[in-house]
Design a protein around this ligand. Structure first.
Ligand SMILES: NC(=O)C1=CN([C@@H]2O[C@H](COP(=O)(O)OP(=O)(O)OC[C@H]3O[C@@H](n4cnc5c(N)ncnc54)[C@H](OP(=O)(O)O)[C@@H]3O)[C@@H](O)[C@H]2O)C=CC1
Ligand SMILES: Nc1c(N[C@@H]2O[C@H](COP(=O)(O)O)[C@@H](O)[C@H]2O)[nH]c(=O)[nH]c1=O
Length: 228
């Protein structure tokens, strides 16, 4: 396989495994303290990736919020914000989404090669569009990011994208926060979908850290991949 970035998956879920409810508003599973921890994790990465489902559902900005963290990045010669990355095989992304309209750092959209030109036309000036094959391949996405100098990639959901990285064996680390409540609605999105996971009972992940954050708990796992 080509060189690829270190891939860190980050997610907050309810005790019954949901990452949102079924209402149109975003469900906050994290507490303010946990959102601040997530901001620090962002600040330690080069790029942040979410699936197009999350762009459509949450309209996220994906910026670093803390002025002090932005300044520290600048002192280290890094851009204040991360390169933003999304995956859309269908091309269904709104050019006016905050993903595209906020922040000064590069925005990259990986899509099916056959759709890349049309999507580049729609997103002209707002993002660079890259064809990742027909059908598109995550390995190609990661190799292209590595070629752009991305060494540490944060994947912030949603469930379909987390499942894709995990089942492909392309996740090195998983940071899961468990919120102290249930969602209990089968129409809500889950952290992981069904699939064949290499992190199976005879090849488990290593539990690297357990940290209490008020009534939430952070579980940090390393997969059998890199141990950085
Ligand atoms: N609690 C938390 O920490 C978080 C919660 N969320 C929640 O997750 C939900 C969205 O999750 P979900 O609907 O699963 O969407 P995702 O964000 O996982 O995006 C899925 C989309 O990504 C594109 N895609 C490209 N490549 C792949 C691939 N290899 N595998 C899967 N998808 C790919 C497709 O876009 P296309 O259809 O355009 O082809 C697909 O429909 C929202 O409700 C959001 O609030 C999201 C992030 C974090
Ligand atoms: N709801 C939820 C998360 N949601 C994630 O945060 C993104 C919003 O980013 P921003 O617009 O920059 O604030 C959203 O798109 C999704 O990736 N994350 C968490 O750590 N905990 C949470 O409870």
């Amino acid at each position: 396989m080509s060189e690829r970035p270190y891939v860190l998956l980050s997610c907050a879920m309810s005790v019954d495994g949901y990452i949102d409810d079924a209402s149109p508003e975003r469900l906050r599973l994290s507490s303010p303290a946990d959102f601040d921890r997530v901001d620090a994790v962002r600040a330690g990465c080069d790029a942040i990736l979410v699936g197009a489902g999350t762009v459509r559902a949450d309209d996220p900005r994906l910026l670093i919020r803390s002025p002090a963290r932005r300044e520290r990045r600048a002192e280290r010669g890094l851009p204040p914000d991360l390169t933003k990355v999304t995956l859309t095989w269908s091309g269904d992304v709104d050019p006016d989404a905050r993903f595209f309209t906020t922040g000064e750092s590069p925005k990259l959209v990986y899509t099916a090669s056959a759709r890349a030109d049309a999507l580049a036309g729609r997103l002209a000036g707002r993002a660079e569009v890259i064809g990742a094959g027909d059908p598109p391949e995550l390995e190609r996405v990661l190799a292209d990011l590595a070629g752009r100098g991305v060494r540490r990639l944060m994947v912030e959901g949603g469930g379909a994208v987390h499942t894709a990285f995990l089942t492909a064996g392309l996740a090195d680390e998983l940071q899961l926060v468990v919120a102290p409540f249930f969602v209990g609605d089968p129409a809500a999105p889950r952290f992981a979908h069904s699939g064949v996971f290499p992190q199976r009972p005879d090849r488990p992940m290593r539990l690297e850290e357990v940290t209490r954050i008020g009534d939430l708990v952070l579980l940090r796992y390393l997969t059998a991949g890199r141990r950085v």
